[in-house]
Ligand binder design. Structure first.
Ligand code: FUL
Length: 487
């Protein structure tokens, strides 16, 4: 009897204990609802690459031109020292994870032995016509874990089928199938908008092309003036608009239409499609290598970086191989300098030394959306969110000493996985405004006009946003290369 009584008591206590624990258990606050449209998985991955590399290479490299006529003799193509590993190593050292090769430029010469034309490496002396630059490029990239992208120029100044809509579109689709079926995974395809006078009425069957691309490659992003996955930024200087939305209405875009360049540059806050911009620019004046040209100065590359990556864009930097088939030492050197400058500026976040506070926070201390989330290393899925009612003038600030908080660059990143939201923001140091702007997006960098500032409280005020602002990262950095008075 005593034994039964004891057992009953123990089980009752156990049940009571469990009940108490479960009623005390903290249920984490749920994330806020997204604001549509949202990036697709492959677009989010693309955005986090920040800098990718273009390689313009082909007969133009040997004829010292930018736009070949299509009449080039394939015999001029002879890069005797071609080493795609050297291209890829150069990219890896610059922190680049995706490289895009011009498999065919406007001159129509193919860097792979296409079945559908003889105007290719097949008829060149390089490797006795047995070479395949696309294959060497893909192999080298794979060996170093770098992803590949392909540029296949729609405009073709060589092929006789160009100008006949049916025949040329069939030819173009056949080449797309060769490139996307035979070389493994391709992460970006670049559809150029240029079109020349050799057949001004030629129509490209973009819908057929885009369907075919998506059928053949599951994680690819399609780039063109009009997306669908990545849009052109509207210029070749590497500069996005100071307002730059990843959103736009795809129905307002078309390929090769100069009148939409402003829209491409800024995007549209009311846009119903997520089509973020890519800033293509060359490290040299031309896209192809020319003996007489040299790479841009470090200060110019940094200017481009702040105006592209620092304005919610991806930077597609062209670094063209030379006639030997190598990236020139001057360019390798400049890229190293560029990477090391970016690391010097951004590897130290002075905000980490301070204390972070905000106007309010969603949820409690545990599992909530507190301001401390802006200082961790996840720049997408952990973020500060204010309370639902804190919509009027939410703010977040870093407090420290003025020795600690000495900086000339402010970095703000939105949690774009839940939509791009911020429309207007301001930055104050000890109550004085030092910078302001409109959009933030994945990353917004402000180089301060007045140079280095220091203070005890750095406050970021979100003056206008679509719904609640969600901030995933904040950085205060010291850029030793930034001398505003000398620019
Ligand atoms: C342009 C082309 O005409 C240039 O030659 C270059 O390839 C650039 C990236 O795109 O439209």
């Amino acid at each position: 009897m005593f034994k039964l009584w004891c057992t009953l008591c123990t089980s009752t206590l156990f049940l009571l204990f469990n009940f108490a624990i479960s009623s005390l258990a903290i249920v984490p606050t749920t994330p806020p609802l997204p604001i549509l449209p949202l990036p697709a998985f492959s677009q989010l991955k693309w955005q986090q690459r920040e800098i990718i590399m273009f390689c313009h290479f082909g007969v133009n490299t040997f004829s010292d031109s930018e736009w070949g006529t299509g009449k080039e003799n394939p015999a001029i193509f002879n890069p005797v020292g071609l080493d795609a590993n050297q291209w890829v190593n150069t990219a890896v050292e610059a922190g680049i994870s995706l490289m895009i090769l011009t498999a065919k430029h406007h001159d129509g010469f193919c860097l792979w032995p296409s079945k559908y034309t003889d105007h290719s490496v097949k008829r060149s002396p390089w490797k006795n016509g047995k070479g395949d630059v696309v294959q060497e490029f893909v192999n080298a990239a794979k060996a170093r874990g770098v992803d590949v992208g392909i540029y296949l120029s729609p405009w073709d100044r060589h092929d006789k089928r160009y100008g006949d809509d049916l025949q040329y579109n069939e030819y173009y689709l056949a080449q797309l199938q060769e490139l996307l079926n035979n070389y493994g995974s391709v992460r970006e395809i670049w559809f150029d908008g240029a079109k020349g006078s050799n057949a001004p009425n030629m129509s490209y069957y973009f819908s057929d092309w885009f369907y075919m691309v998506k059928e053949l490659q599951s994680s690819i992003n399609i780039f063109s003036d009009a997306g669908p996955d990545v849009r052109w930024v509207g210029n070749e200087k590497g500069f996005a608009g100071s307002t730059c939305w990843s959103t736009v209405n795809r129905t307002s875009l078309s390929i090769g239409n100069a009148s939409i360049e402003n829209l491409l540059n800024t995007g549209d806050p009311r846009g119903t499609d997520w089509v973020p911009p890519e800033c293509d620019v060359s490290i040299r004046p031309g896209w192809f290598w020319h003996k007489s040209e040299s790479p841009k100065k470090l200060s110019q590359l940094l200017e481009i970086y702040y105006n592209s990556v620092g304005r919610n864009c991806l930077l597609l930097l062209n670094v063209p191989p030379n006639t030997t088939g190598l990236i020139s030492d001057t360019d390798v050197h400049r890229l190293k300098e560029f990477r090391s400058a970016i690391d010097t500026i951004f590897s130290t976040n002075l905000a980490e030394k301070g204390i972070v506070k905000a106007s309010s926070q969603r949820g409690g201390k545990v599992g909530g959306f507190g301001p401390e989330n802006v200082l961790d290393s996840d720049h997408i899925w952990t973020y500060w969110a204010p309370r639902d009612v804190d919509v009027k003038d939410p703010w977040i600030e870093i407090r420290g000493t003025s020795e600690m908080l000495r900086f000339n660059v402010v970095r703000i990143q939105e949690a774009i996985g839940l939509g791009q939201r911020i429309k207007r923001h301001e930055i104050y140091v000890d109550g004085k405004m030092v910078a302001n702007g409109t959009t933030v997006g994945y990353k917004r960098l402000h180089r301060l006009d007045e140079g280095i500032v220091h203070g005890q409280v750095v406050r970021i005020r979100i003056r206008e946003s679509k719904g609640l602002p969600l901030i995933s990262s904040i950085g205060l950095h010291l850029d030793p290369f930034w001398h505003p008075n000398e620019q």
